[in-house]
Design a protein around this ligand. Structure first.
Ligand SMILES: Cc1cc2nc3c(=O)[nH]c(=O)nc-3n(C[C@H](O)[C@H](O)[C@H](O)COP(=O)(O)OP(=O)(O)OC[C@H]3O[C@@H](n4cnc5c(N)ncnc54)[C@H](O)[C@@H]3O)c2cc1C
Length: 291
């Protein structure tokens, strides 16, 4: 939960882009089945510590069955307890990438090269030039500590489901979420498997994700599966993002793990500061220093 360091920055960043991006801060609902109550207690403890550490972050609200029903009537009273994390937000990642592309294309002096693999050692930047290497797992030849963490995610069209905000379901192996997107589309994700295996989603993962969604809202029964996707998250040993200088004038930004969209504004501000000054103040808060 990045609080003001991430979510507060998104609206102003989005306002500067060439096309609209769905963004809302209706909070996140956290639910769990009875058998996962111990994991829910652990998770609530982590959240409580975060609220203490990050000034200004709104406190979580404990809900009973009636409370869950009041904020998400579609779920009804099938969960005895829940947590509401006020102020949590979400954005449409695909709209964001489309808007970034349109914005880049509208700028003068921007040249894009698609489908062309690059490595930093191919270039020797001049005194006024900088290279910023954001190749995710593609940077592994220059950053041996990077590893892939496989994630599977399912996109469905579910017009019978009326969830208004992202809903997380506490799960013993990985945090699951159902994220509403515009036009009755929901993204159900994401598994977390220590592997850089990019093969298609497994039956087990698909069953887990779809069962989780159906257990939260029976309207998913008639949903239509639009897509089942697999990707690997670029991750460092501590699962925290990092910025480092590979050599003079070549900066690497990597290790965004599960949170690339959530923490992008913080990484952006940190990277810009690192480019602009030799005495950064932001970096220590977010990034592992390994110059
Ligand atoms: C299933 C799944 C669900 C996720 N859900 C969320 C979520 O809900 N919220 C959230 O905040 N984050 C989420 N993430 C994490 C997020 O997607 C990542 O943190 C983010 O994509 C990392 O961004 P990146 O730009 O650093 O790396 P990447 O997205 O991996 O991008 C690296 C790019 O570099 C390119 N490249 C690689 N090698 C080369 C080369 N040699 N030359 C040129 N280009 C190269 C690649 O083609 C790629 O386009 C999820 C990830 C997965 C897999």
């Amino acid at each position: 939960r990045m609080g003001q360091y991430g979510l507060e920055r998104w609206p102003e960043l989005l306002a500067s882009l060439a096309s609209a991006v769905f963004f809302q801060r209706e909070g996140t609902l956290v639910l769990w089945h009875r058998q996962d109550a111990p994991e829910a207690v652990r998770f609530a403890g982590v959240l409580a510590r975060t609220v203490n550490e990050v000034p200004g972050l709104p406190a979580m609200q404990r809900l009973d069955a009636a409370g869950v029903d009041a904020i998400e009537p579609g779920i009804g009273k099938r969960f005895a307890q829940g947590l509401l994390l006020p102020g949590e937000g979400q954005l449409d990642n695909r709209q964001l990438l489309a808007a970034l592309l349109a914005s880049l294309q509208a700028l003068p002096n921007v040249t894009m090269h698609w489908h062309s693999a690059r490595a930093p050692d191919e270039f020797e930047p001049g005194a006024s030039e900088r290279i910023i290497d954001c190749r995710g797992l593609g940077a592994r030849p220059q950053w041996a500590a990077l590893r892939g963490v496989r994630g599977e995610v399912i996109r469905v069209h579910a017009p019978e489901v009326n969830l208004r905000r992202p809903t997380r379901l506490v799960h013993p192996r990985y945090p699951l979420y159902i994220a509403p997107k515009p036009d009755g589309v929901f993204v159900i994700g994401a598994t977390e498997i220590e592997s850089d295996d990019m093969s298609p989603a497994s039956v087990r993962s698909t069953l887990e994700l779809l069962s989780a969604a159906y257990s939260v809202h029976s309207g998913f029964a008639e949903a239509r599966i639009l897509e089942i996707a697999t990707q690997c998250r670029p991750s460092l040993p501590d699962n925290l993002p990092a910025i480092r200088w590979l050599k003079p004038r070549v900066m690497q930004v990597n290790g965004l793990y599960r949170h690339g969209f959530l923490i992008a504004p913080a990484m952006l501000d940190t990277a810009i500061e690192r480019l602009a000054t030799r005495t950064p103040t932001l970096a220590s808060r977010f990034a592992l220093e390994s110059e």
